[in-house]
Design a protein around this ligand. Structure first.
Ligand code: MF3
Ligand code: CO
Ligand code: CO
Length: 268
């Protein structure tokens, strides 16, 4: 994959050119549209394999390519992470039941540009406790995006997320992070969802990366199951995640993966 555009900072972070934003918007919009259309696929009795099959078809119908099929041996177009699964849940014959909450994470490649986004859904009725977790997680992502301006640092982003989450007595997962992306899936920097103000690389216009906080109702520790992918909370507490792909401009960050339908909440 060609990844020679723009230039690299001293921290190895690629600075893309103004013209490169257009390709990221197209890829991001496809990922977001697929997440919009996935809402009606989530209901009690549905399997996560069927949701993934439908997502695979949507990517093909759009003339795009899945970034995750074949990635380090992964075989699916989505990760579907239910309840205490933190991330990288593998679609399978698991049947959703009333009240289950799930993250669906989709990454597409359009004309060589990567769009990576994830959102929360509910099968059936949403409990008040799950709704609180989901709202705090989404607010934390958006506060992180607000902190993503030139002159601020990656530590400022992490700090904004961590402060919000811990202020609600929830915890930020430390074991997974956001990442640079553009013409590649995962590039520098590691975007931590916790941190101290003023630390880490300084943001510059032309940086493309994801912010994708995972938040637990209980403790932050995770473990990987024997399938080598599925990450779960060690204490079995409920976990939520939202992810956007963004681009840094002179002003507010551009969100490549905003929902064309204006959706993010699992029930409205
Ligand atoms: N989309 C995930 C991310 O946010 C990565 C999934 S890799 C996979 O970076 F192989 F598990 F699909
Ligand atoms: Co990502
Ligand atoms: Co993702």
């Amino acid at each position: 994959m060609d990844d020679t555009r723009g230039r690299l900072t001293k921290d190895g972070i690629r600075i893309y050119e103004a013209a490169d934003f257009a390709g990221m918007h197209v890829a991001g919009k496809l990922a977001a549209s697929i997440l919009d259309a996935s809402a009606e696929l989530v209901f009690p009795g549905q399997t996560t394999a069927e949701i993934d099959r439908r997502i695979t078809a949507m990517i093909g119908d759009a003339g795009a390519v899945s970034a995750t099929i074949g990635y380090k041996g992964y075989q699916h177009a989505s990760c579907i992470s239910v309840n205490h699964v933190v991330c990288h849940g593998i679609p399978g014959d698991k049947v959703l039941k009333d009240g289950d909450i799930l993250n669906i994470d989709v990454t597409v490649i359009v004309d060589g540009w990567f769009g990576d986004s994830s959102r929360m859904y509910v099968a059936g009725a949403l409990s008040r406790k799950a709704e609180r977790l989901i709202e705090v997680t989404h607010d934390a992502l958006m506060l992180g995006i607000e902190a993503a301006r030139p002159g601020n640092t990656f530590g400022d982003i992490g700090h904004a997320i961590q402060t919000h989450v811990e202020g609600h007595r929830m915890s930020v997962v430390r074991d997974f992070c956001g990442h640079g992306l553009g013409r590649v899936f995962h590039a520098p920097p590691n975007v931590l969802h916790y941190g101290r103000p003023g630390t880490g690389p300084v943001l510059e216009p032309g940086m493309f990366f994801t912010i994708e906080p995972m938040v637990n109702l209980g403790r932050p520790e995770t473990k990987i199951l024997a399938d080598d992918w599925t990450a779960v909370t060690r204490d079995k507490s409920l976990s939520a995640q939202f992810e956007h792909s963004i681009g840094i401009t002179e002003g507010a960050a551009e969100i490549f993966t905003l929902s064309p339908a204006g959706r993010f909440h699992p029930t409205y």
